[in-house]
Design a protein. Sequence first.
Length: 399
Amino acid sequence: MNQLHILYLVSLLMDMSVAGVTFALSRRAAELGATPAELGWLGAVWIGVYALLALVVGRISDRVGRRRMAATGCLIAAAMAIACAWTTNIRVLLVVSGIFGGGLACYWPSIIAWLGEGLSGPVLARRLATFGMSWNTGLLLGYGFTGVLFKSGPSLAFYVPAGVILLIVVLLGLPTRADGGVVGRVPSRGDPERPLGAAGLQRSDSLVEVPNGRGFRKTAWVANFATNFAFAGTTALFPQLATHLGISAGVHGELLALSRGAAIASFIALNALAFWHTRLWPLWATQAVGALGIAWIAWGANLWVFAAAWIVIGAVSGYTYQASIYFTLEEMTEKGKGSGFHESIVGSGMFLGPVAAGWVGNHHGLRTPYLFCAVMLLLLIAAQMGVVLWRRRRQQTAV
């Protein structure tokens, strides 16, 4: 089998499972009467552990091999998904979800580094766009199916994702060939997975060069943190609003799936366009639209308003994620280190957003967390612009 196709497939399957487990966790807790703070922590603990460990594990995968680290992460994550089905104690769920996040930290930086090994320019951009469409398709399916599974029984919503994660271990162990016909193998210690095919053996000629020294990578990192902070806070608190408004688990899952469909459309559009490789203003404008989408949730009561808001949130998150991962792997030669840092930024935003939004919800009411997330996103956009302007003025002064 083709190794690249397997990596796209396991990316889809893993995030389908992650969507299932995290959706079931938050929805189950909300129906058990969890407070906003508890919902915030449930949405934060697993990704907080992920953010911390991703920094370390990405570098380790550079030495011990991508396949080995990814398979180890799958076994941990599958075991924790099963454990979630055996308890309704929120404190126990917090601990188990944290270990689940540790398993994912072994998995994702390894897969991302494997995909980007030895690539640059348009080839890298196309591969990352396909990767983005793969994992977002997984989220779309996971949210859509889990809402239905959850209505049949909360435990089933944990068992099915666990089974899918174990299937990933099997797929990663299959004998494969790379794009150029190179037979895949499990690397020994100190021998990371080789690039996938001939395209990965040398640097690709880039038709659109990313401007050096203009702050593109660091601005994309802050943008990725900002949107994950705001959108994760919104997602973590939405189960309470959904149950308050009588939105069923099935419809709740469909709204989140709709968001991932918009993210897929965003990846397709970014793959067809190159202007965003050399301009930062679209990144800022897009985040501002995302803040507006969150505000719609704060003010809305109609299902169609919520649908529009989640579409906007999905499209914006797709852009900021793609900008961050592309500029990171384009500029950094150590792919495991770069992918680990990128994923740690994603995780830190997804950790702090739910915690902060949960605290606001505990003290200031049902709708206030969404306004808080929207305002924080706008403030972080202003911070990005300020840093870039300061950096460019300093360069002009130096000249």
